[in-house]
Ligand binder design. Structure first.
Ligand SMILES: Cc1cc2nc3c(=O)[nH]c(=O)nc-3n(C[C@H](O)[C@H](O)[C@H](O)COP(=O)(O)OP(=O)(O)OC[C@H]3O[C@@H](n4cnc5c(N)ncnc54)[C@H](O)[C@@H]3O)c2cc1C
Length: 503
């Protein structure tokens, strides 16, 4: 180990390299409390060249390397699987490289956060359209592209953040540096198009969960932020998931270009209001589901027309408009006009002290989500005896269901399926029974949701291996993925263990 450390010291300056026990433990987790793995070394490179050298050393010494952006993966994706290896912290690479205002393309280093990037763009009246994930104040653009992130605002209009990708610079696991799209032509002066010059190689790295290469430079299409916007929130009738799905379908069928459209299930509204997460809904008597939209336009007339069409659809389904101001319960206004899109989800993580979401995020068609939510309720009933074991220790029963359900481009929604439970040392004592029961329940619920045919996008340590373990991938698909991985990464250095790609 000392020898590897000394080799790395020759690549980055001492200040950006550590094997101290404190630093290693600080990098041993992501957001979840469940999946842990302590690295041997943490390193913060400054550019692609340093990363290339680090990867060469790792290959020579058969040492796994795990890229880490903001480190906010919910399922252990940016820490080692098991102990050992090098965590490659990308946060030093957080600069804006170029703003091409004529062609509306921004080029940035992959470790920059969505918050920093959009703060810069807003001075030019521009934004990234899809604002990345709900964790965008700290999550990085490289992490977002590696996950296909959505949910931080704008995904009904712009889709996942990978839709805006124009070109990538990637360091391959063996250390070669490549550029994709228009930049595959070495005579191209600046990135302008993702496709062409052969296959879409950028696509290979989109949603790869950091297994095929380290993204170092990202070029994204950007957009002028429209001058006009409106935002409304509605209390839904009973059976609110079905109604929300009908509304979303009609929005698509009528071709209304909403910026965001989101359904918040009744259980989230009820518990969230009770626990102080939604102070603006505390006064509302009937804690049913909520639906909100935000819409943009380039003129007042255009905006009014769109709002009229949307309101006709939503009010026609017996929903109740809460009023224009945030104090009336209009969460949509807070979400769009006051940057709530990057704060919204954070509230949900602090529901009860020491409570922990054991969930996973996936896409499914609009028409499928009410049935999936119903089936999660059914799953909860079937697992009453296990839920009770946790209740008997903690006096609070785990809560299952989905978090908010946003409309994503095309006919998709995103659901966060899972349950919220305590972790084993919630009261300072160690309760192994809670740990065992949580893991058993988590696996069981994930399998149940996988069987609905959903598509996971943030897979991390856990879901990537689980898909393989339960045989959910078609054999041909997994074989192709394996042969690409073996070709790019013969020593399985990068993110070793994800998707069961071990040594
Ligand atoms: C409160 C909260 C809200 C969230 N909201 C959302 C949401 O709305 N939508 C959503 O999609 N997710 C959400 N997430 C999950 C997560 O934050 C996002 O998926 C985010 O995009 C991860 O970015 P990151 O920079 O933190 O990535 P990390 O966690 O650091 O890494 C994620 C994955 O990408 C890889 N990786 C990171 N950087 C690179 C790179 N430069 N090159 C190659 N691989 C890399 C890692 O190895 C890992 O597999 C949320 C999480 C929390 C805690």
């Amino acid at each position: 180990m000392t020898e590897i450390y000394q080799k790395l010291e020759k690549i980055v300056s001492k200040k950006f390299l550590s094997n101290s026990i404190y630093v290693r433990h600080a990098y041993s987790r992501n957001v979840d409390l469940v999946l842990q793995g302590v690295p041997d070394i943490v390193i913060r490179p400054k550019d692609a060249k340093e990363i290339s050298e680090i990867l060469k050393v790792a290959n020579e010494n058969n040492m796994p390397v795990i890229p880490r952006g903001g480190g906010i993966c919910e399922f252990g994706g940016s820490k080692p699987i098991g102990d050992g290896g090098i965590v490659l912290d990308m946060k030093r690479m957080n600069n804006i490289i170029n703003l091409d205002e004529d062609n509306l393309i921004v080029t940035i280093e992959a470790g920059i956060s969505w918050g920093k990037l959009n703060e810069y763009l807003c001075h030019y009246g521009l934004y990234t359209g899809c604002m990345g994930p709900g964790s965008g104040m700290s999550a990085s653009v490289g992490g977002g592209i590696s996950h296909h992130s959505v949910g931080g605002g704008g995904c009904a209009k712009y889709g996942a953040c990978t839709n805006q990708l124009v070109s990538l610079e990637v360091v391959l696991p063996t250390g070669e540096i490549i550029e994709t799209g228009s930049q595959a032509n070495k005579f191209s002066k600046y990135p302008f198009n993702r496709f062409g010059n052969g296959p879409d190689l950028a696509g290979l790295f989109c949603g790869d969960n950091g297994i095929f290469g380290v993204k170092t430079k990202v070029s994204l299409q950007i957009f002028p932020k429209p001058k006009f916007a409106d935002y409304k929130t509605f209390l839904m009738p009973r059976k609110s998931a079905e109604t929300a799905a009908q509304i979303m379908t009609e929005i698509r069928q009528k071709g209304i270009d909403v910026y965001d459209a989101m359904f918040i299930p009744d259980v989230v509204v009820a518990i969230g209001s009770e626990r102080g997460m939604f102070p603006l809904w505390e006064g509302i008597k009937r804690k049913l589901g909520m639906f909100f939209y935000t819409i943009e336009a380039n003129s007042k007339i255009e905006l009014e027309e769109r709002v009229k069409n949307l309101d006709e659809i939503i009010l026609g389904k017996k929903s109740e408009f809460l009023g224009p101001e945030i104090k009336d319960g209009n969460i949509a206004k807070w979400h769009y006009a006051e940057q709530g899109h990057w704060q919204f989800y954070h509230n949900l993580w602090g529901m009860y002290p020491s409570m922990q979401p054991l969930s996973a995020e996936c896409f499914c068609p609009i028409s499928a989500f009410p049935k999936i939510l119903q089936d999660i309720d059914q799953w909860d009933i079937e697992h009453e005896s296990d839920m009770r074991k946790i209740f008997d220790i903690t006096n609070v029963r785990p809560i299952s269901g989905s978090g908010p359900v946003p409309l994503v481009d095309g006919n998709n929604v995103e659901i966060t399926a899972g349950f919220v439970s305590f972790w084993r040392y919630y009261d300072g004592e160690i309760h192994d029974l809670i740990k065992e029961t949580n893991i058993k329940l988590w696996k069981s619920l994930l399998e149940r949701v996988i069987r609905h045919g959903v598509q996971w996008y943030m897979m991390g340590d856990y879901v990537s291996r689980f898909m393989v373990d339960i045989g959910a991938y078609s054999e041909e698909f997994y074989n192709l993925m394996t042969s690409i991985k073996k070709n790019l990464d013969p020593n399985m250095i990068l993110s070793r263990g994800k998707f069961n790609f071990w040594e």
